[in-house]
Design a protein around this ligand. Sequence first.
Ligand SMILES: [Zn+2]
Length: 266
Amino acid sequence: MSVVLPDRPGDQVSYHLRAGDQHIPLNSRVGKPISLHWSGAIACTHCGRATKKSFAQGHCYPCFKRLAQCDTCIMKPETCHFFQGTCREPEWGETHCFQPHIVYLANSSGLKVGITRKTQMPTRWMDQGAIQALPILEVDTRQQSGFVEVLFKEQVSDRTNWRAMLKGEVETLDLIAERDRLLETLDGGLNQLRDQHGSDAIRVLDETPYTFDYPVETFPRKVVTHNFDKQPLVEGVLQGIKGQYLILDSGVINLRKFTGYEITLR
Ligand SMILES: [Zn+2]
C-alpha cells in the first residue's frame, strides 16, 4: 500500500493499493464494503520469484539472506556491518547508508524517537500512523543516526503501540517543547558523540512540526487482527486507513506484513 501526503496542508493522507501495475485509490472506499482475497501466491518484492513464505516483509529466503537491506543492522544501525568489513553489499551500503539521515520525534501512540533516510521523509511517519512528526537532528550516515537514537532511547521510546495508534487514543503533543527538553537533557551525550565523529557530525535542525490527518470514519474500540495466512478472505466495511492498516468493521489488517502477497480487491 502506498501513501501520499496531500498537496494542501490539512487534507487527508491519501492511500493507494498496488495490484500488478495498477494503483487503486483507497480513500474513496472508506465507509463502503470491501473484500480482499489472497490467491495463495507470494512474489518476492526484490527478485520476483515465487516464494512459499515471506521473509522481512516480502522477500524470498535467498534474498532475505543475501541483501544488505534485510540484515540486522537495518533495525539496529549502530551495529552497521560496513565498518566491520562484513557488509553484505558494500555498494548498496555506500548509496543507502552513507547519506544524510534524520533523527526525528513523532507522535504515533505518544512520543517516540526514530531515524530515517532524509529522502524517506515524510512517508516514514505516515507508515507509522503518526499524527505529528518533527525532524530534530541531521547526521551524515545511518550508523551515526543509530548512535544518536541509542542515546535518545534513554529518555524516549522508539516503539509505537499500534493498538493505541489504531484506536485513535493519541493526544496532541508540543513536539518543539519535547525537542528542546531532550536536547538539553542529552546535551552531554550528544557532545560526546560529536567528539567521536566530528564537531559538525550532528546538526540541530530548526523545523516546523508536520501534522497528518488520516481517512478514518470510525476508530475500533477493540482491535482484532486479520491474517491472510490463516484466512485468505478478508471482508467487511472499510472504516478507515491509518499507518499501514486497513480498519474494517470485522478487524484490522496490516498490509505491510503481507507485502508481495497476490491480493484481489473488490
Ligand atoms: Zn527474492
